[in-house]
Design a protein around this ligand. Structure first.
Ligand SMILES: *Cc1c(COP(=O)(O)O)cnc(C)c1O
Length: 393
């Protein structure tokens, strides 16, 4: 294809999108998610990775993330890292856990399991407290594990386990971990930016999140906020050149630049997303919007007969798991396609025991969008001939 043809095709495609009145289906998925026009527009500029203007964006992003975590800059550092969130989790585990250390991984879903798998690859000693698909790990059992096995040096916990949508009891677990002087590593990937999480309330050692979740940026990098002392002691610990957080940090401190080619457009988009986050009232403002969406979603789905996997007290404002209807005419593939045709992309379930699907509330959307989704769900069910949404007993 010639350049002229390619340009004409691209222009035609964007005109079609504009004419359809809606840019694209809403992504009711926990990242990538629907971003604002301003965030997308921030990617229309090409940045030089060495340039001062780009380095300023990086510095401001790092500073603002520390602020969001209530982490004082003399005690904590923010280290961004190219790649998806898992790259940052892997880098964080390799940096935080000493080669002679031993981790207790609290798992109740795919992301806890993934952390254990990463530790297998890294060859770091670990034990897993596996609660299955959705039960929360509680403080007493974590305390009992730590007391029974004094070799454990660090505890890993997923704040919002996105595979079920549960908001795990981080504060109570942090308390027993810290009371025993152990390291606390938190995967706050899908919660940071919308669920309050500050160093003052939860004295974590390491916290990991990424650009394309509650801060509503586009995918391309993750970031780790961690205690400086720990970072300084971690030289030479990493198994990997490109995932070495210590080296990434040192290089950034020295030069203001990323160690290898940065996702320049993604960083620029994230910088804009952070400004919008602030304008919305920061974490508190975002929590209000997501909670309203979640409440409307859960109430509307229950009114149609759907059941949630979790009791209300464990529901996160991030993503909710619903059981699939037991009705013989329900088919997830068809349901997905019917909703997509109506402008909504949902997520399949991730439970090992029961048929389910998930609907996220994060991204640039609010309760009025959820209202339209509920109409689309009703229409999709009618199209399939499903008149009873109760799950299999
Ligand atoms: C999204 C997410 C991750 C990272 O997943 P990637 O696909 O690598 O971005 C890790 N943990 C949790 C809890 C998540 O929601």
């Amino acid at each position: 294809m010639s350049l002229a043809t390619a340009t004409a095709t691209a222009t035609h495609a964007s005109r079609l999108i504009e004419e359809s009145g809606q840019q694209a289906p809403y992504l009711l998925t926990p990242g990538p998610l629907t971003t604002s026009d301003a965030t997308k527009a921030a990617m229309l500029h090409d940045w030089g990775s060495w340039d001062d203007d780009f380095n300023r964006l990086t510095a401001e992003v790092r500073e603002q993330l520390l602020e969001m975590a209530g982490a004082p800059g003399d005690a904590y550092a923010c280290v961004p890292l190219q790649g998806s969130g898992t790259f940052a989790v892997e880098a964080a585990l390799a940096t935080a856990i000493d080669r002679q250390g031993k981790a207790l991984v609290l798992a109740n879903g795919a992301y806890g399991q993934r952390a254990a798998k990463i530790l297998d690859y890294l060859g770091r000693a670990h034990v897993v407290l596996d609660k299955g698909d959705y039960l929360p790990p509680r403080d007493e059992e974590v305390a009992a594990h730590l007391d029974a096995d004094p070799e454990i040096t660090d505890v890993f916990l997923v704040h919002c386990e996105t595979s079920s949508g549960i908001l795990n009891p981080l504060s109570e677990i942090a308390e027993v971990v810290k009371a025993r002087g152990k390291g606390l590593i938190v995967d706050a990937m899908s919660s940071f930016g919308a669920v309050p999480l500050t160093v003052e309330d939860v004295p974590f050692d390491v916290m990991v999140s990424s650009a394309n979740k509650c801060i509503e940026g586009v995918p391309g990098f993750g970031f780790v906020i961690l205690r400086r002392e720990l970072l300084e002691a971690s030289a030479g610990r990493s198994h990997s050149l490109s995932l070495d957080l210590y080296e990434q940090w040192r290089y950034m401190e020295r030069t203001g630049q990323w160690r290898f080619t940065p996702p320049t457009h993604v960083v620029a988009a994230f910088h804009t997303a952070l400004a919008e986050h602030l304008a919305e009232g920061g974490v508190a403002g975002r929590l209000v919007r997501y909670t309203r969406s979640r409440d409307r979603l859960v109430a509307g789905m229950r009114a149609m007969g759907f059941a949630t996997l979790l009791e209300d007290r464990w529901l996160s404002p991030i993503i909710t798991t619903f059981f699939s209807p037991g009705h013989p005419s329900f088919d997830f593939g068809r349901f997905y396609a019917e909703l997509k045709a109506r402008g909504f992309i949902i997520y399949p379930g991730k439970l090992t025991q029961a048929e389910s699907f998930r609907i996220g509330c994060i991204g640039r959307l609010d309760a009025t969008v959820i209202e339209r989704l509920l109409v689309a769900v009703r229409e999709a069910l009618d199209a399939m001939g499903v008149d009873d949404c109760r799950p299999v007993a």
